[in-house]
Ligand binder design. Structure first.
Ligand code: ATP
Ligand code: MG
Ligand code: MG
Ligand code: MG
Length: 473
């Protein structure tokens, strides 16, 4: 089943169960507590909190998400990308676990055709209602696991609505990992869907385990997240997320660009990892650009720039000597055209911004890499475990190396980086720059190239709402 059919099947199913189909919101959330949209529920936070009323008590959506927190997992697990699409159904004081659990089971087994004998469920340790519901449907007690707050109590990891959850996993079999259920191995037992029973409100707090629950929501709610790419891994029977139909063409182009017949020829774990990083980061960058994020030295623009620079470095590790990101971005747009026409509308902007960033970074990458390699060699010769914060700062300042790129390269060589010293030097520089900068410039932060691109292609920040007349009413 193709990704677009997974999406359509999901939305149709919930439409038939009385849900209003709401379009994805932008990756730039209308929410000061978050940098980027990380889940389907984000645009609905006011409905959960009761500060505004939803258009209907049952909603469903396919939401664009970016989770930069997952960046290190990309290519290392079978299941993580920074950009992904989350399908969700939402109830605001309407139904509860006894409705959504059977629906989820029916949708997965009958409409998407997953083998019921391979499904596992996890539930929150204090939840006695949901295990009984799964058992009634035919999931035996041995395939239901109880987990604690870190796994089965969902929140955005910031303030807002939260609650216990029940997750559904698909057992891909022994060739993918250890036996023992999702509590043991979540690449073999692939998490596909999370059903969250939103009941509480979380205040601001540092640690997930002891964050303060400051109250209950005005009414019990349900929200869910089913990853399109995760479902595609199962239904297309591919080993990992980068081989699903939306990403494979991009991976194939990249392989050809570095002189291979196809991705199967990527010999060695490092090259495979690099290829998967490039493909993921280009896709995330394309969607961010189309939603109006432009490369910049801080905020969202910096997230974008970091993704692009990391992608460039990994294309060079693969042996690419010519620019390639614009073409890969074009492939991303082609393979997502049916589901995300708004991306197609921004083709020129996406290609040109990728080409510009690649070119700009490329010029300093070789020099920066030489400096970094020398610093690493000297540090090791001195038998020190840590690369100096000054080196990291210089790389950032002179060559535009995002510090996590420096950390990544250092780690590959077995070294830590003195990131505290780096932060101190950055702070000092920021203060100097603030003093020097005229007030008029203080809030611009973008270079002229991007101002020109936007003038040429029009502002893009509101593409997420372009189809805002809800379907299916
Ligand atoms: P994992 O434990 O695998 O990191 P998660 O528990 O962090 O996933 P949720 O926050 O529950 O994920 O998000 C709901 C659903 O979104 C997941 O069940 C999965 O299908 C999908 N999803 C989450 N993170 C990613 C990602 N980085 N890449 C692709 N799909 C994802
Ligand atoms: Mg996760
Ligand atoms: Mg999980
Ligand atoms: Mg989860």
């Amino acid at each position: 089943m193709r990704s677009v059919d997974i999406r359509r099947t999901f939305l149709d199913f919930f439409r038939q169960h009385g849900h209003l189909v709401v379009p994805s919101s932008s990756l730039i959330p209308d929410d000061a507590t978050m940098l980027l949209t990380t889940a389907g529920m984000v645009q609905f936070k006011p409905y959960f909190l009761g500060t505004s009323a939803p258009p209907r008590a049952r909603l469903t959506s396919a939401q664009k998400c970016v989770r930069t927190g997952d960046i290190e997992s990309v290519g290392r697990t079978d299941r993580h990308t920074t950009f992904f699409e989350m399908l969700g159904n939402f109830s605001f004081g309407d139904y509860g676990p006894s409705e959504v659990v059977p629906w989820a089971y029916e949708l997965l087994t009958e409409h998407l055709g997953m083998d019921p004998d391979r499904l596992w469920a996890t539930v929150y340790r204090d939840d006695d209602e949901t295990p009984a519901l799964w058992q009634e449907l035919g999931i035996p007690a041995e395939r239901i696991q109880r987990l604690g707050m870190a796994d089965n109590f969902w929140s955005t990891r910031g303030p807002g609505p939260c609650g216990p959850c029940s997750e559904i996993f698909y057992d891909r079999g022994p060739e993918f990992g250890r036996e023992g259920g999702p509590a043991i191995d979540t690449d073999r037992y692939l998490e596909v869907w999370n059903l969250v029973f939103m009941r509480h409100i979380r205040g601001a707090g540092p640690e997930l385990e002891d964050y303060p629950l400051i109250g209950d929501l005005p009414q019990s709610c349900v929200e869910s997240g089913l990853g399109v790419e995760r479902a595609a891994v199962v239904l297309q029977d591919v080993p990992h997320i980068h081989r699903t139909d939306a990403l494979l063409p991009v991976l194939e182009r990249l392989a050809r660009h570095v002189g291979l017949d196809g991705p199967d020829e990527l010999d060695g774990a490092d090259r495979e990892l690099s290829a998967r990083v490039v493909v993921d980061h280009v896709r995330a960058a394309a969607f961010l650009l189309a939603d109006g994020v432009l490369p910049a030295h801080d905020g969202r623009g910096y997230v974008l720039r970091r993704l692009i620079r990391r992608a460039v470095r990994h294309t060079r590790l693969l042996g690419a000597t010519e620019p390639v990101l614009a073409d890969l971005g074009g492939d991303v747009i082609d393979s997502h055209e049916e589901a995300w026409p708004e991306l197609t509308g921004q083709r020129d902007l996406v290609r040109q911004a990728l080409a510009h960033e690649e070119d700009a970074f490329d010029r300093t990458l070789a020099q920066g890499t030489r400096l970094l390699d020398t610093a690493i060699r000297r540090t090791r010769e001195r038998r020190e475990p840590t690369l100096s914060g000054r080196t990291a700062f210089e790389l950032h300042d002179t060559y535009g190396f995002p510090v996590d790129l420096t950390v990544e390269v250092a780690q590959e060589a077995g070294l830590d980086v003195d990131t505290e010293r780096f932060a101190t030097l950055m702070d000092a520089q920021r203060r100097r720059a603030q003093r020097a900068r005229a007030p008029r410039e203080a809030d611009s932060g973008r270079d002229d190239t991007y101002r020109r691109l936007v003038t040429r292609h029009g502002p893009t920040s509101f593409v997420g709402y372009a189809h805002s007349t809800a379907e299916g009413t």
